[in-house]
Design a protein around this ligand. Structure first.
Ligand SMILES: Cc1cc2nc3c(=O)[nH]c(=O)nc-3n(C[C@H](O)[C@H](O)[C@H](O)COP(=O)(O)O)c2cc1C
Length: 340
């Protein structure tokens, strides 16, 4: 698929997405993000094949109907296990199965999946083929541009070529290497240098494959620039820390009309969701509110607002009262709290 022209209403689901993020992009977070953008593709946290095969499937796969379009990210390397879990994902109603070939954590390396799979393109190809044989939805791969200090472009080019020959047509590329020894997962998102030009080269070498770029992108203009070179952009941390950015995405990147979303209208809808979740599942509002603490990022009073929404002493109160408290403080006190 050629890089799409900007400002056209388009149906490329990978044009802009929110990244899979362990412990962050759970169903409550995704519900929140979906209120902000109707079109961005949302990814689950990584779910390992072991967790699905031996654990509580509903706990790992359940989501809100509002979250579509939604992709399930799997972590695993055994073809038969991946195929079994891909079928589960399709049955539960996910629109895509994504295979994690980018996570560098030691735990994941011990399970021999994540980023270390980049050293075994044939194994990845087998897994992808096994999944494509049993599902009708797209099977995609998220990976790095290399592992350890191997900085050769040929490494990632050959990885993509091999996995593409097995049938994968969509690659989401975190534009830095994963250093498998000596760096924590957090450092592995910051220390290895970003090299977007390798991802752009992949698009030139594989013009018929959908290529999305990920890593370090934080502004609307950066996303527009990347969309001149590749088919899609995936945003991780900035979407989580500055979620109101998502409110502009449908108009900026998907050609939708401008919306009139406000932070307050979103917060109000989240309170309704918290009430629904409490009734249906006994979920405490704090498990949901933790994902929206960046909503007022940069505004006067945001620190105080955040403190209220993260105050566990308030956990006995209904969410609507917590929202009232979060907004009850006089502006002067707010500003003082912010500079304190
Ligand atoms: C808290 C956290 C958890 C993450 N968990 C996953 C994960 O489960 N699967 C995955 O492929 N990437 C995971 N990532 C990596 C992100 O998907 C993304 O590739 C990375 O943060 C770079 O994008 P960014 O600079 O826009 O944040 C995680 C990132 C963070 C910050």
């Amino acid at each position: 698929m050629p890089a799409l022209k900007e400002n056209t209403v388009n149906s490329n689901p990978w044009r802009l997405s929110v990244a899979p993020m362990m412990d962050w992009s759970d169903k409550h977070c995704r519900y929140f993000h979906r209120l902000l953008s109707r079109h961005a593709l949302l990814y689950t946290e990584m779910v390992t094949t072991g967790a699905l095969i031996h654990g509580d499937v509903a706990r790992h796969l359940d989501f809100n109907a509002e979250e579509h379009p939604l992709a399930l990210q799997l972590g695993g390397s055994e073809s038969a296990d991946l195929a079994r879990c891909a079928v589960l994902g399709q049955q539960w109603g996910y629109e895509e199965i994504n295979l994690n070939c980018g996570c560098p954590s030691e735990r994941v390396q011990r399970g021999a999946f994540g980023a270390c799979l980049m050293a075994e393109p044939d194994l990845v190809a087998d897994g992808v083929k096994a999944m494509l044989d049993v599902v009708d939805i797209p099977v995609t791969v998220k990976h790095r541009i290399g592992i350890d200090k191997n900085e050769s472009y040929a490494f990632v080019r050959d990885f993509v070529g091999t996995v593409n020959r097995a049938g994968c047509e969509v690659f989401i590329v975190h534009a830095r290497n994963a250093w498998l020894k000596g760096l924590s997962p957090k450092e592995n998102r910051e220390v290895p240098p970003l090299r977007y030009e390798l991802v752009h080269q992949l698009k030139r070498d594989f013009p018929n494959i959908t290529i999305a770029v990920n890593g370090g992108l934080t502004t609307t203009s950066q996303v527009h620039e990347q969309l001149q070179q590749v088919d899609g952009v995936m945003i991780g941390r900035e979407a989580y820390h500055q979620p109101f950015w998502l409110a502009s995405w449908d108009h900026e990147f998907f050609g939708a009309a401008e919306n009139d979303l406000t932070r307050e209208s979103i917060e109000q809808q989240m309170v309704l969701y918290m009430q629904r979740e409490a009734l249906l599942h006994g979920t405490p509002w704090s498990s949901i509110a933790r994902h929206m603490l960046g909503l007022r990022h940069g505004l006067a009073g945001s620190r105080r607002w955040r403190q209220v929404w993260s105050d566990h002493k308030l956990k006995g109160l209904p969410a609507s009262e917590v929202m009232a408290l979060a907004h009850a403080l006089p502006a002067t006190e707010d500003s003082l709290a912010d500079v304190a």
